[in-house]
Design a binder for this molecule. Sequence first.
Ligand SMILES: CC(=O)SCCNC(=O)CCNC(=O)[C@H](O)C(C)(C)COP(=O)(O)OP(=O)(O)OC[C@H]1O[C@@H](n2cnc3c(N)ncnc32)[C@H](O)[C@@H]1OP(=O)(O)O
Ligand SMILES: O=CC(=O)O
Ligand SMILES: [Mg+2]
Length: 514
Amino acid sequence: MDGQDALLTAEALAFLAALHRRFEPERQRRLQARRIRQSTFDAGALPDFRPDTAHIRAADWRVAPLPAALQDRRVEITGPVDPKMVINALNSGAKVYMADFEDSTSPTWANLVAGQQALRGAVAGTLEFTAPNGKHYAPKPFAEQAVLMVRPRGWHLDEKHVLVDGQPMSGSLFDAGLFAFHNARALAAKDRGPFFYLPKLESMEEAQLWNDVLDHVEAELKLPRGQIKATVLIETLPAAFEMEEILYALRDRIAGLNCGRWDYVFSYIKTFRRHRDKVLPERGQVTMTQPFLRAYSELLIQTCHRRGAHAMGGMAAQIPIANDTAANDAALAKVRADKLREVTAGHDGTWVAHPALIPLAQAVFDERMPGAHQKHLTREDVLVTRDDLITPPIGSITRAGFEGNVEVCVRYLAAWLDGNGCVPIHWLMEDAATAEIARAQLWQWLRAGDLYLDDGTPVDETLFERALMKLPSLASTDIPGASRINEAIGLLDRLTHADELEAFLTLPAYRRLD
Ligand SMILES: CC(=O)SCCNC(=O)CCNC(=O)[C@H](O)C(C)(C)COP(=O)(O)OP(=O)(O)OC[C@H]1O[C@@H](n2cnc3c(N)ncnc32)[C@H](O)[C@@H]1OP(=O)(O)O
Ligand SMILES: O=CC(=O)O
Ligand SMILES: [Mg+2]
């Protein structure tokens, strides 16, 4: 692969191998702990705040101060790591750019190598790119660029192209380790981190594992202790019960928590996959104004502000709609309402999926948040109980909602298998987190028994098969991943009929990649 040798030098490989040897056993223990905890939920237990860590929640402590670059995070753009996207995001006018190896990247070896190369070029100031249409891209001067953050893959994913002692290494350690190895000293020299976004954590022990990894990286690369800063996505239901503990485990380097709403909803479904009384309505009805999601975001704000950390909002899925002014206005109105809810509740910043949404999000935050952040809003009025976090909203499943889930799963899986981890489908941004909601719902709905669409049609095998049978014709269109549509149909069929809900759709899909 072009550029691979310059990245995977003997020194870089030795650095990665040391990370693997030191942290792989604990990663496996953490993954096993997830499975054990899930088996208790499957047997009827409910998540709750931990009695064994009550002393952490009760004690008086604050997180370490943050560098100047992390004070004002009002608008953060996220996106995959191909060179054009990296340059567009750095130049976008957002305060922060989260370069994403996770939900929006299909981890083909080519994507990972190109992404690491692009980020290395961005940090070194050498990145440029010419598109096939001849358009040339180069980052603006450093002072005008968004602050770079990197989101490595979650703990569950392996990197099968790098074997250490015959075992695939962790995707998290590969992404974060390789990025730090090549860029940490240059970033530290500019007081720009490195900064990471840490995805899909489920417990304080997983946060502790990240802290140990980042301590090790700092020691190996001779960086000051605490130089690397991390923002943790609270995007699993179990983690919502351990926000204080996660902040505490990373207290010398935590920059904030983020409401990763899409994975959070997925995690809710996964956690309660065997709980008939917790079945959620269709995806479109599970919005952030539903009480259980409002409770989650308000608890996150209160927790962060009490401890001196930023409370970041999340991603509205709407993107600009070309050639239809009315539809575009309606989509932007939804994004605006979402950002207004966030800033009013006390969030210190938000995410956008597309550069055209930056002015809109920025205007909402500028108007309501004159300072760099609003950590002074401690939201003492918020009182969130276990039941507030787990009580499902009332709603329905429409035929369009059911069929939409099937279509999104198939089209997203096809794109992902084809190397594209983020695609617009019906003018919504779809990535691994949004697609997971659709995939997990189908599995749960077909097993729930006695479940009906709002028009009285039983939610059953026939409904699923009919929805699936509409899709093979997509193979002859020009949508992203068209050539993998039939493979995606087969994969969704198997995932939906499996006795157990697969923990992540990217696990079986990754076996088919490359
Ligand atoms: C649940 C979560 O985890 S959310 C976080 C993960 N998801 C994301 O990060 C979403 C990132 N967004 C995207 O990938 C894209 O916006 C998509 C796939 C949704 C839509 O992409 P497109 O259909 O290509 O959008 P569109 O054609 O309008 O793009 C216009 C321009 O904006 C650029 N652009 C679009 N999104 C981004 C982005 N997120 N970052 C940087 N540039 C972007 C495009 O590269 C294109 O540039 P060009 O004019 O130089 O060619
Ligand atoms: O990563 C973000 C999410 O919403 O999931
Ligand atoms: Mg996510």
